[in-house]
Design a binder for this molecule. Structure first.
Ligand SMILES: Nc1ncnc2c1ncn2[C@@H]1O[C@H](COP(=O)(O)OP(=O)(O)OP(=O)(O)O)[C@@H](O)[C@H]1O
Length: 413
């Protein structure tokens, strides 16, 4: 394996960061910068000390991450919640510990702070480096986080995903990755790519998953173009089943947040499997406000409007992305292909743009389903459970018509 490949380009941008440093958010901005006067001014104006940003990070999270002792003390005096948890379940103490700010840890601890991530040893299955034959590693592809290699583990071909040093060298980000991987490790479903373990290496992060010989749906659509309708519906069912499993995960639903044709892989039997769920939220870049979401620019095309507008969101963001993928399978690629993905996301979010559903390509029940799945109101989008039921009916009807010889490339259903 080419060692230098592991230090290539920085992660690509995915989500816009629109939070400005004015208004009440100046409290967060000043806290991260250690600007005590600014923090006092904002609190003096009556800004709520537990104000949160998009990732539910408070001023105390930011001050603790930066080791700003005075700000931490001040915020606690003013009533900041010592154990507020951000989107990833981290408390201010988790952040202070991760960055080794011992003084801040002591202060937070004395105020009843706890670190829910702290004591738990990494629950990921650790694979010894000696078990993996890296000599003949072949580069399969490259994504926002790093390269993917085909390697042999205990004699079996597996995919080794490397996380760039620029991302994995941040202990907090590495921990967050390991937490997501530990969750992935517990999942078992025919339409979910199987996680195998993390390679024992101190300086970088590499994890193994099953290898899917047929590559991604993205590659397939580029090679083959439009799929025949029955195959498109069968593939849609595969994705919906994998996603339904994630959404019905207990005690908390797993939201993919980056469902795209690149994150759907095909096994030798022709079935599709979903991969890389949960990881998109971790690739972050730190800026003066805290953490900003990043990722592959291609993902913009599939982004639900509420995510692009940085509003609160839920499981149905994946239903939105799913609809665009299904549309591409019927059509052979994205509509508006020539437009930049970010421009498409902007039009989708602010002008209610949706791809055209040509009647000669899309059967009526598929059209209806897609319109519901990409509905602008997230509450009006169906669940994956419902999508599966409807797709199964569509699939059966299509098969019947093929048997009867009345479905010619399935224009009418
Ligand atoms: N388990 C796997 N088996 C076979 N090929 C894989 C596997 N995982 C990834 N790949 C291939 O490697 C390429 C890069 O994958 P990776 O997940 O790093 O990035 P991506 O999904 O293409 O983009 P992004 O990181 O922006 O989501 C994919 O396009 C896919 O073709």
């Amino acid at each position: 394996m080419d060692e230098n490949k592991l230090h290539l380009s920085p992660p690509k941008q995915m989500l816009p960061q629109r939070m400005d440093s004015g208004g009440p958010y100046r409290l967060l901005h000043c806290s991260g910068l250690g600007d005590k006067e600014g923090v006092m001014q904002e609190l003096g104006k009556g800004v709520e000390p537990n104000l949160v940003d998009y990732d539910r990070r408070t001023a105390l999270h930011l001050a603790a991450s930066e080791g700003c002792v005075e700000i931490v003390v001040l915020l606690l005096e003013k009533g900041a919640d010592v154990n507020s948890t951000d989107r990833w379940g981290r408390t201010p103490l988790s952040d202070a510990c991760n960055f080794g700010h011992k003084d801040v840890c002591k202060i937070l601890g004395a105020h009843g702070g706890y670190d829910p991530l702290g004591d738990s040893p990494t629950p990921c299955c650790i694979i010894d480096h000696g078990e993996v034959d890296m000599k003949d590693a072949a580069l399969i592809g490259e994504g926002a986080y790093g390269e993917v290699y085909l390697v042999k583990w205990r004699g079996t071909e597996v995919a080794a995903k490397t996380i760039r040093a620029s991302i994995a060298s941040n202990p907090m980000v590495k921990n967050a990755f390991l937490k997501e991987l530990a969750l992935w490790q517990k999942l078992r479903h025919p339409n979910i790519v199987q996680f195998l373990g993390v390679l024992k290496q101190s300086d970088r992060l590499i994890f193994l998953t099953e290898y899917l010989r047929n590559g991604s749906l993205y590659d397939q659509l580029r090679k083959k173009g439009r799929l025949d309708p029955l195959t498109a519906v069968a593939y849609a069912l595969d994705i919906a089943r994998g996603m339904n499993y994630l959404h019905q995960h207990k005690p908390h639903a797993i939201i993919h947040r980056d469902l795209t044709p690149r994150n759907v892989l095909q096994d030798e039997a022709g079935h599709l499997k979903v991969t890389d769920f949960g990881l998109s939220k971790i690739a972050q870049q730190k800026d003066s406000y805290g953490y900003k979401m990043t990722g592959g620019t291609g993902s913009y095309r599939y982004m639900a409007p509420e995510v692009y507008r940085r509003e609160s969101y839920g499981k149905s963001v994946d239903v939105f992305s799913f609809a665009l993928i299904v549309h591409e399978m019927f059509q052979g690629g994205p509509s508006n292909r020539e437009a930049a993905p970010e421009t498409v996301a902007d039009k989708t979010a602010y002008e209610d743009y949706r791809p055209h559903l040509a009647s000669y390509i899309f059967p009526e029940p598929v059209k209806t389903l897609l319109r519901e799945c990409w509905h602008k109101n997230p509450d009006r989008r169906p669940s994956f459970q419902e999508i599966i039921e409807r797709l199964e009916k569509i699939y059966e009807t299509m098969q019947d018509k093929i048997v009867l010889g009345t479905c010619c490339s399935c224009m009418i259903l």
